[in-house]
Design a binder for this molecule. Sequence first.
Ligand code: MG
Length: 164
Amino acid sequence: MNEQVNFRVGTGYDIHRLETDRPLILGGVEIPFEKGLVGHSDADALSHAVCDALLGAAALGDIGEHFPDTDPNYLGASSLKFLEKVLTLLTENNYKIGNIDVTVCAERPKLRNLKKTIQEKLAETLKIDTTQINIKGKTNEGLDSVGRGEAIAVWAIALIYQIK
Ligand code: MG
């Protein structure tokens, strides 16, 4: 048998403002905090960055093309729905997920005790094993908007593959 594996990588980045009177959702998990992220959907910057990393790896564009923030259907939408649709697109194109690595940059709250819950939620949504996804938390050392606690920024990288 002559199998050829086609590996591809993609990166994703997202940032949303933090304001009071909004729930804080990261990776589909509601996190107890006095502020939440502002956006058209649930503003889940972590899920958005992962969507873009996966779409980028598959050369399928970006989250704004697939789920425009002008579409009323996505007002307040759970971003896990975006991840489910991205998974469908990958599957339609015969791609499987190798692994995903995520860096969440937030001055507060501390994500140390929530990383495992987020990892499990994303693994369940993307139908992968928890060992295929990693969540890292960092602060911005008091610098810039993230460091002042005005925003949360997220970077993601994804490896996907096709067996030919
Ligand atoms: Mg976003």
